[in-house]
Design a protein around this ligand. Sequence first.
Ligand code: NAD
Ligand code: AKB
Length: 321
Amino acid sequence: MATASILVTGALGQIGTELVPALRARHGESAVVASDVRSPRAGSPAGEGPFAHVDCTHIRELDNVVRRHRVATVYHLAALLSAVGEEKPRVAWEVNMGGLYRVLEVARTHGCAVFLPSSIGAFGPSTPARATPQVTVQRPTTMYGVTKVASELLCDYYHSRFGLDTRGLRLPGLISHVAPPGGGTTDYAVEIFYEAVRQRRYICYLRPDTCLDLMYMPDALRAMMELMEADPARLVHRNAFNLSAMAFTPAQLAAEIRRHVPGFEVDYEIDPVRQAIADSWPDAVDDSAARDEWGWKPEHDLASTTRDMLEKLRARLPTRS
Ligand code: NAD
Ligand code: AKB
């Protein structure tokens, strides 16, 4: 059996589908074990190298895979996102908290480093909405947000109490074209590109003036890997770095897409649940701690993301003539 040193949980989701190939390109195919509670579909990039079926709420399954593959670093992605978490709050608690607790316990036993993605969902309505500071009020009103704040604290605790090398980012909503998003509030910013290419029409579930932080997937992948490679002596805010690349509203995104897809129409049918979640999140966060402590710098803005998303999707999807 090949020796591997990196385990990715929840590897078949929106992020893992692209993080696994990126880590394999950097560290070698056999050095990265993809894992998920689901099985990979034929042709899935995560299934092209080592793959293990792991339910992150089962400590024995985690322990076996870490032991068997001599895992040194875990990218713990398995979680329920914000909208699904409101439909299934009990499952969200069990997977998001129960999974992380077991990952940290196994990491403590075997001395693994752990990466944990937090989210802008860790903030709430009483958080300052503009230039949201790195350290600020965190009183989220979703189960997702509650688990993200608790996860940030738990990772801090395992670092200070047990010396575990835990690191994390408060990711914005991610825009990507490889795997679909898994049921979040920011999914509109992915769906809109698919529908612009397929139909030239999109029905958006958020109000046109809802401003949120978003990021293109290549920036997010680079941020995760750069943070895990950063000099630990420089990291003050280990487990919850604010991260920003661009902030925009559905109306601004639609206008940018219209520059490439003339006549693109967007209608608005507001989903009260996802609108309330979006309204409770910041408009744009201040990521100066990430910039100062490990040199974070985004490469993609709204214009370059829109151009690249449309180019990639037009090459793959049937388009309306
Ligand atoms: P996703 O929903 O696309 O994928 C999650 C994966 O976890 C799925 O493949 C699912 O099968 C798996 N999973 C669910 N329960 C599991 C269990 N018990 N054991 C093992 N695997 C399980 O999510 P994503 O968008 O890839 O997000 C990954 C992480 O990044 C999450 O922690 C999420 O909160 C965080 N994040 C994502 C975004 C985003 O916009 N995608 C933004 C901020 C933070
Ligand atoms: C969601 O909308 O739930 C995620 C996130 C920002 O955490 N995309």
